[in-house]
Design a protein around this ligand. Structure first.
Ligand code: SRM
Ligand code: SF4
Length: 597
């Protein structure tokens, strides 16, 4: 039997993890959440905390306030994080303003755009949770499916491009969201109308896709547009690459499977890996094919050991051919061989662009229903990709991004497209409004995206301390200072024009996708990071460990050698990660590290 903290033996000698038993006994995710809500001063039980994740809620504690909590005799300063699921990152102005209101009233005053195009609100107290979720729901959004062992927020390239092809991709996204979502009424009962919540499963309620135990683990899906991998499609359990047809529409979809980045320190049996090609399917077959992939993972994924439960381990253990056969068995059409894919450097969609169609209406904000869009942009509307450092929308000292965005959204009513790089695109702006956008940003001390250096612009960091219970090192609070030191050094080396991605996380789980950056920093303990080099800017290749346990303040000096050599030795157009890969990260270690760890 596999050894792990979650598994316990059962009578027939098999084992399922504790979370599996909690799911099975939960009456479609109801459990005792409603009952426990009536005691606002007490934290949720472990069972409810597990089920809450399916509702998009994490029970956390403020790790900066542990001492203070103990001093006043409390266990911890308990608080909730709520993650709103936003397919393709498309939010109406009303949806955005509702989150801004909630952040102010019940949260910690900040809004966080995630690496999966969702919104997180931190610091909500248990007693305010119901009002918070009701507020989200009133803005026609939902946190159901934000977390938990189910299909997570489905990513899609956020560029507000129009035409037949994008309309078909958008319709595909909406169908996927409808097909792969949970059907339980628990969310509505507990948070919205309060009826039936502890009364078991109402007659006739079914979870046709998930059954009683949902999936063995989280399941992540992304749609990339052929050529532009801005969603980091290879890091997903299921990647769907939309391929253009000769007539300008959607020719079909390439499926890639088994990506995932999480790993556990000192457990080499856990590892990051990129998704591998599975098949090509026609547009009308793509939803069924995606569903079949999910059901194979549902039926064969590891339900004993949660560290081995992601789809990537099933594919690693059984092979992609075995997996393809299982998927094929569930379909009434033939899977075709995957088509060749080429990628151009990832576009982060920042700055001013001309839209190819008129003012959009909310795409997926209305619980997955997509509104129509006019086919062409007769009014010459624009979109503006606004850089948000590490996804945190906040007011702090002279930098008042949150107020600036609130002003712009209230005044100009743009739809917002959240990006997988934690940025925000304001969509549907009139050319006459360009000046006003820039004026509001300047008035609030927010740099225009065009003024942000390439180094800062292409950096990502996960939240880590103080909210993430799994953090072993700082990330969002460490990156701004580190990246500015690197920015100065890069400029000094004459590399300011280069696009190099730097990604940091406060533990090896990989939430800011550090193993796919040109450069990755992964926290190992407070103040120290493993440094990885040699990914590619297109996100198709994992980087490799360059140096272990590097103190934060030594990172710039450590990177100087490889960056200086890159400046001298690169071939025309070669990226930093590609140069590291071509040189060999092992060779770079010998050249630039005095002592190889
Ligand atoms: Fe993540 C767990 C934050 C994207 C891999 N992730 C967490 C938790 C919920 C910590 C926890 O379980 O207690 C973090 C909440 C921290 C906080 O205070 O907000 C957290 N993950 C995030 C976000 C907010 C990072 C960000 O900077 O935006 C991202 C939210 C995405 C969303 O909207 O759904 C986020 N997490 C990712 C990604 C990147 C991606 O999906 O594109 C990954 C790597 C890809 C993957 O899943 O393999 C990722 N998060 C993990 C893992 C490791 C999973 C594994 O297979 O081992 C965990 C821990 C776990 O699941 O046990 C985790
Ligand atoms: Fe937390 Fe680790 Fe994810 Fe960062 S990478 S948010 S520290 S789980």
């Amino acid at each position: 039997m596999a050894e792990n903290e979650d598994s316990e033996p059962v009578e027939d000698g098999a084992a399922v993890s504790k979370v599996e038993r909690i799911k099975a006994a939960s009456n479609h995710l109801r459990g005792h959440i409603a009952e426990e809500l009536s005691a606002p001063a007490e934290p949720f039980s472990e069972e409810s905390a597990q089920l809450l994740k399916f509702h998009g809620v994490y029970q956390q504690d403020d790790r900066d306030r542990r001492k203070e909590a103990r001093a006043r005799g409390a266990d911890k300063h308990w608080q909730m994080m709520i993650r709103t699921r936003i397919p393709g990152g498309v939010v109406t102005p009303e949806g955005y303003l509702a989150h801004d209101d909630i952040a102010q009233r019940w949260g910690n005053g900040t809004i966080r755009v995630t690496t999966r195009q969702a919104i997180q609100l931190h610091g909500v107290l248990k007693g305010d949770l119901k009002d918070t979720i009701r507020g989200i729901s009133e803005s026609l959004l939902t946190s159901l499916g934000g977390c938990g062992d189910q299909e997570r927020n489905i990513l899609c390239c956020p560029a507000p491009e129009g035409g037949k092809f994008r309309s078909e991709v958008n319709r595909f996204l909406a169908s996927l969201v409808g097909e792969l979502g949970a059907r339980t009424g628990a969310y509505h009962e507990i948070w919205i109308d309060g009826e039936l919540a502890d009364g078991g499963i109402p007659p006739g309620e079914e979870e046709p896709l998930y059954g009683e135990t949902y999936l063995p683990r989280k399941f992540k899906t992304a749609i990339a547009i052929e050529g532009d991998n801005c969603v980091d499609v290879y890091s997903n359990d299921l990647g769907l690459v939309a391929m253009r047809g000769r007539e300008g529409g959607l020719a079909g979809v390439n499926l890639v499977v088994g990506g995932g980045l999480g790993r556990t320190a000192n457990k080499p049996e856990t590892f990051p890996t990129v998704a591998v090609p599975l098949a090509f399917v026609e547009p009308g077959q793509a939803v069924a094919a995606a569903r079949a992939v999910v059901t194979v993972q549902r039926d064969f994924g590891d339900r004993q050991n949660r560290r081995h439960a992601r789809l990537k381990y099933l594919i690693h253990d059984r092979g992609v051919d075995w997996f393809r056969e299982r998927v094929q068995e569930r379909l009434d059409f033939r899977l075709q061989p995957p088509r060749p894919m080429t990628w151009t450097p990832v576009d982060d969609h920042l700055g001013w662009h001309r839209q190819q169609w008129g003012r959009p209406r909310a795409g997926f904000a209305e619980h997955g229903r997509q509104a129509g869009r006019p086919p062409s942009n007769q009014s010459g509307e624009l979109y503006y990709g606004l850089y948000v450092e590490n996804g945190r929308i906040k007011d702090e000292d002279g930098y008042r991004l949150r107020s600036a965005l609130r002003t712009l959204v209230e005044e100009l009513r743009p739809v917002l497209h959240l990006t997988p790089q934690q940025n925000v695109i304001l969509v549907g702006l009139k050319p006459a409004q360009k000046e006003r956008v820039e004026e509001v940003l300047r008035e609030h001390g927010v740099p225009l995206s065009e003024e942000v250096s390439n180094t800062v612009r292409h950096s990502l960091a996960c939240p880590a301390y103080p909210t993430c219970g799994l953090a072993v090192a700082e990330s969002e609070r460490a990156m701004p200072s580190l990246i500015r030191q690197i920015e100065a050094m890069v400029a000094d080396l004459g590399l300011a024009g280069e696009r190099i991605s730097y990604r940091m996380t406060g533990c090896p789980n990989g939430c800011a996708r550090p193993y796919l950056g040109d450069v990755g920093f992964v926290g190992t303990t407070l103040g120290k990071y493993d440094v990885f080099l040699g990914g590619d800017f297109d996100g198709t290749r994992l980087n490799e460990l360059f140096a272990r346990n590097v103190p934060l303040k030594e990172i710039p000096a450590l990177l100087r050698g490889p960056l200086a050599a890159f400046a001298e030795e690169r071939t025309p157009g070669e990226g930093f990660g590609d140069w590291c890969h071509r040189s060999g990260v092992a060779t770079l270690r010998e050249r630039f590290l005095e002592r190889v760890a």
